[in-house]
Design a protein around this ligand. Structure first.
Ligand SMILES: *Cc1c(COP(=O)(O)O)cnc(C)c1O
Length: 228
């Protein structure tokens, strides 16, 4: 079942990339939160490389369990300062940096561990009061403040749009994230020599996200089925 799902989604990515004239790679991140390590192994055996996890304790246990050093892990949940060291130790890319304090804490641990930590800035493009992420209007200020931290590589932006019943409802938020990213890059606040990464799109709306420029889609349910 997992093999079929991954194959189908990869085919979808190819089809959408062609249809929407996308020439940069689009990475599938398999969101394995609340799924056991055996399930991650199954996906690894199907050739899946990138995995997304939301809960630090659970994620670290699974990554240690895997031990065989396959798989690349993405942290996609809210990050507390006291978990930042674990995030730097175990994760290739942290998608959810949304305040200067956490950026500085990550940078401090990265320096200590001799690592350049790749991060994305999470943006609350839907302007939802309860949601994580900076407001779009705060992006310039945050990026200017993070720029001088040498242990961080800011790869791009991430968003979770407001929940909708129709995938098309996500489209304006995906467009907004892409436009914000392009304008930040134009202002020299994101790397000029590397592609702008846009982490957007989940099981229900990844096709729309690809059409709007996603370079990473985060898909859980459509690969692994429903979570408890
Ligand atoms: C759980 C989660 C996903 C995956 O959601 P699905 O609808 O199961 O594909 C993607 N991104 C984030 C941030 C998540 O928390």
């Amino acid at each position: 079942m997992i093999a079929d799902n991954i194959a189908r989604i990869k085919q979808d990515i190819k089809t959408a990339a062609k249809e929407f004239d996308r020439h940069t790679p689009i990475k599938l991140i398999a969101v394995s939160k609340r799924k056991p390590v055996a399930t991650i192994r199954q996906a690894l055996d199907c050739g899946q490389v990138d995995f997304g996890e939301n809960f630090m304790q659970e994620a670290v246990e699974k990554i240690k369990d895997l031990s065989e050093d396959r798989g690349i892990f993405h942290f996609i949940g809210p990050l507390q300062s006291n978990k930042a060291k674990l995030a730097v130790t175990y994760f290739d890319l942290i998608h959810t940096v949304d305040r200067l304090k956490i950026a500085k804490t990550i940078a401090k641990h990265a320096t200590n561990l001799g690592k350049v930590q790749k991060i994305l800035i999470q943006v609350n493009v839907g302007l939802e009061p309860q949601k994580s992420g900076i407001l779009p209007e705060q992006a310039v200020e945050l990026l200017k403040a993070i720029q001088p931290l040498p242990a961080l590589e800011i790869c791009g932006l991430m968003t979770i749009p407001p929940y909708g019943h129709d995938p098309e409802e996500s489209r304006p938020y995906f467009t907004a994230l892409r436009e914000l990213g392009m304008s930040l890059k134009q202002d020299g606040l994101l790397a000029q020599d590397k592609p702008l990464e846009l982490s957007m799109g989940m099981s229900a709306d990844y096709r729309v996200a690809i059409a709007e420029g996603a370079t990473m889609i985060r898909v859980g349910t459509a690969i692994f089925g429903n979570r408890e």
